[in-house]
Design a protein around this ligand. Structure first.
Ligand SMILES: C[S@@+](CC[C@H](N)C(=O)[O-])C[C@H]1O[C@@H](n2cnc3c(N)ncnc32)[C@H](O)[C@@H]1O
Length: 211
């Protein structure tokens, strides 16, 4: 499986990302294999990660203000992004969501006791989230396919969207910043900021206030 993810799996992830961004309705054809792939790799996922993989994500988080009260880490995998949010914002209620139940099991097992009261992990598909409109002040993605309509729906006015890619354009699940900006601007997001740290990149944007 490690070899699969190293070659064919990376190509599959890039193809699924490109198609889901352009035609979100086609995501359902990619979902079963994507889920199976990440369930299979869950026990060794952390051993495959570069220790600097979340640097751009954390740099972007450091600029988010005011501190979010409710935050979602989408495609959380083994939970490292959700842990980073919970540590940076000590009052935030944080949800880590993922399709792959074995990834979620790892995330729950690893959750530090000090974070357990305000951090939970839930099964959810980012293309159809089980959360009410405006549920979150921050929705973060680390190496995760964005679904812009659902993202726009669950981010509260004035809230933040974050996208980080651990190896920049070399990341298997990657969306170019121009595309992210374009999709977000069309939905009323503003205040774009780019980050580069370690081998990776990130983009942060704020949803406009609507009255
Ligand atoms: C490349 S991994 C990234 C995991 C983690 N964020 C990290 O950076 O280490 C992508 C994760 O997104 C999850 N995923 C992919 N598509 C998803 C979707 N539509 N909804 C929820 N999770 C999804 C996968 O199961 C996998 O755990």
């Amino acid at each position: 499986m490690r070899e699969f993810l190293g070659g064919l799996g990376r190509k599959y992830a890039r193809l699924a990302t490109d198609i889901a961004v352009r035609k979100p309705g086609l995501w359902r054809f990619f979902r079963p294999l994507m889920r199976k792939q990440f369930d299979a790799i869950a026990p060794v996922w952390d051993t495959m990660r570069d220790p600097t993989h979340l640097l751009p994500y954390e740099e972007a988080l450091a600029t988010v203000e005011p501190a979010p009260g409710r935050a979602l880490d989408l495609g959380t995998g083994t939970g490292e992004g959700a842990f980073a949010i919970a540590r940076r914002f000590p009052r935030a209620e944080v949800v880590g969501a993922d399709l792959a139940d074995r990834m979620l099991e790892e995330a729950r097992r690893k959750t530090p006791p000090g974070l357990r009261e305000r951090l939970r992990f839930e099964h959810a598909d980012a293309s159809r989230l089980p959360y009410a409109d405006g549920s979150f002040d921050l929705v973060a993605h680390a190496n995760m396919i964005p679904f812009f309509d659902e993202l726009d729906r669950v981010v509260a006015p004035g809230g933040w969207a974050l996208f980080a890619f651990s190896s920049g354009a070399e990341t298997p699940i990657y969306v170019a910043p121009e595309r992210l900006r374009d999709e977000l601007a069309r939905r009323g997001f503003v205040d774009f900021a780019d980050f580069a740290a370690g081998k990776g990149t990130a983009l942060l944007a704020r949803k406009g206030e609507r009255t």
